[in-house]
Design a protein around this ligand. Structure first.
Ligand code: FES
Length: 154
């Protein structure tokens, strides 16, 4: 008679669970902020576009610090679906991280190009335009705001 061997109980990966909850929380917060209207001008923030750093929540969600984005390169935020670049010192751009070829997430930024790992398309960090196929359309621009050291997804 042998007792059933005890299987290792892996259980849920706690970090995964926490990350999932965090993402859901963010999504909920985004949804709550959006008030169901996709218009960028809606909301209480339209009174002071010239305000400089005084508003604690200038709209959008915090994405990165300017120091995170290498000059002449960029950084991919896969969970947000965007890539943020700094083509020249102090100029920040953002694009959709979804490759226009077949929808893979772009995988890296090097030598002034955003590279898709699936079939090797390359896009310019300056304007998202195609540097190398098979993609034929540039990356869609994404809206960010930069205030001080903070980069926010608009
Ligand atoms: Fe990006 Fe094909 S999906 S190159």
């Amino acid at each position: 008679m042998s007792s059933a061997s005890s299987q290792p109980t892996a259980g849920p990966d706690r970090r995964t669970v926490v990350a999932a909850v965090g993402a859901a929380g963010l999504a909920a917060a985004l949804t709550a902020c959006g008030s169901g209207d996709d218009s960028a001008d809606a909301g209480p923030a339209d009174a002071g576009t010239a305000a400089t750093g005084a508003a604690p929540d200038g709209g959008g969600t915090a994405l990165a610090r300017t120091a995170d984005i290498p000059e002449g390169g960029g950084k991919i935020f896969k969970d947000r679906g965007v890539v943020v670049t700094q083509p020249t010192a102090g100029t920040y751009k953002a694009f959709s991280a979804e490759c226009t070829h077949q929808g893979c997430a772009v995988g890296s930024v090097k030598d002034g190009t955003i590279v898709c790992p699936c079939h090797g398309s390359e896009f310019s960090v300056s304007d998202g335009s195609v540097r190398k196929g098979p993609a034929t359309k540039g990356l869609a621009p994404a809206r960010i705001t930069v205030s001080g050291d903070d980069i926010r997804l608009a």
